[in-house]
Design a protein around this ligand. Structure first.
Ligand code: SAH
Ligand code: SF4
Length: 348
């Protein structure tokens, strides 16, 4: 079978072997066909609605030292902050006015936010009738359980790379096994569980990207967020080349073929590499956008990587711009919470 036929087969059966994934990822001649096919599969399984999630980056304090990340503990160029609960609630109220139905709370691994503090924040947001997604890194089973009981619905924890050796090199003091265990715990506790990877990490191979996609399928993820690795100042990887938009889109499009009914965001890192990156992603398999509703002062210090898209927009402006762009490509803004609805998986 040639790669075009393989793409057709994946659109119909939602299965590909590692070798087949590698073959498609290595071929630039079928990129457009892959994106168009992923777009069709997206339309068939999750429709034309785009779910917007309001993102609050409530603390940039992190005890980890992930080598690629601008917020790593040893990066002393970062001005650190943490919001208090009132501030988080105020940003969420604004998000409510812009019409967001989901709040994504994201932070570094900040031990200040204990189980009790998180429970309080989650309960307050729940009373405001939001669906709640958390992205706080690795926590204990008991902590995840407390978040769930307080009303959190979803959790994002990227595996970053399934190449165990590379994972260990990039995450000093952390363990690949614990990462996997965290994802299993989240699933067991009933979270809609999201994972994903960085594309273009140093020493990452096409083979390992294919493994990443198969891992998403094996985990039976509800959401997959992925994007290019963008070298960040003040990190050990600041002089590396970084990933490309096109390879990130390919990994994303193949993920849509294999997991046709899940939620896939068009990520900020994609928009950072190209002014139209998000819309291109929405036309290549994505169905979610996570606009930043963090205030300007804090947003500029949440510098995971440089040049983060959306830094020059207020949340209100961004909401208008993204709505116009989404409507212009014939898609609709969803009025619902945008949960993962499992579908009968049948051929196109
Ligand atoms: N501390 C939490 C959430 C914040 S980091 C956690 O690690 O899960 C959120 C994501 O940012 C990470 O999963 C990682 O994939 C991404 N990220 C970190 N550094 C990056 C970089 N230099 N380029 C692109 N994405 C990056
Ligand atoms: Fe901390 Fe997350 Fe950055 Fe790692 S990726 S240093 S856990 S903020």
């Amino acid at each position: 079978m040639n790669n075009r036929e393989l793409i057709d087969k994946a659109a119909a059966e939602h299965k590909l072997s590692k070798e087949q994934l590698v073959s498609i990822l290595s071929d630039i001649s079928t990129d457009d066909y892959l994106f168009q096919t992923a777009d069709k599969v997206r339309q068939k399984y999750v429709g034309d609605e785009v779910h917007l999630r309001g993102l609050i980056e409530f603390s940039n304090i992190c005890k980890c030292n992930c080598k690629y990340c601008g917020l790593r503990k040893d990066n002393h160029y970062v001005t650190r902050y943490r919001m208090d609960i009132e501030e988080i609630i105020r940003l969420a109220s604004d998000a409510k006015e812009y019409g967001y139905k989901t709040i994504v709370l994201q932070s570094g691994e900040d031990s200040f936010f204990t189980k009790e503090k998180m429970r309080e924040i989650i309960s307050e947001l729940k009373q405001m009738d939001f669906a709640i997604t958390l992205s706080l890194g690795e926590k204990t089973y008991e902590e995840y359980k407390a978040y769930k009981e307080a009303g959190a619905d979803r959790y994002l924890l990227r595996i970053e790379t399934t190449d165990k050796n590379l994972y260990q090199k990039l995450h000093p003091g952390m363990s690949f096994e614990n990462r996997i265990q965290c994802l299993k715990n989240l699933k067991e506790l009933g979270f809609e569980t999201g994972t994903g990877c960085l594309v273009g990490l140093p020493e990452q191979t096409i083979d390992s990207l294919a493994e990443d996609i198969l891992f998403f399928k094996k985990l039976d993820a509800d959401m997959i967020g992925l994007g290019p690795f963008i070298p960040s100042y003040g990190t050990p990887l600041e002089k590396e080349t970084g990933g490309t938009l096109i390879m990130s889109l390919k990994v994303m499009a193949l993920t849509r073929l294999l997991l046709p009914d899940i939620n896939i965001p068009a990520t900020t890192a994609m928009e950072t590499l190209s002014p139209n990156g998000r819309i291109t992603a929405l036309q290549s398999g994505a169905n979610v956008v996570m606009p930043n509703v963090t205030d300007d002062e804090h947003k500029k210090n949440y510098a995971i990587y440089p040049g983060k898209a959306g830094l020059n927009n207020t949340p209100e402006e961004y909401r208008k711009t993204i709505t116009a762009k989404i409507t212009a490509i014939g898609r609709k803004i969803s009025q619902g919470y945008g949960f993962h609805i499992r579908q009968e998986i049948d051929p196109l």
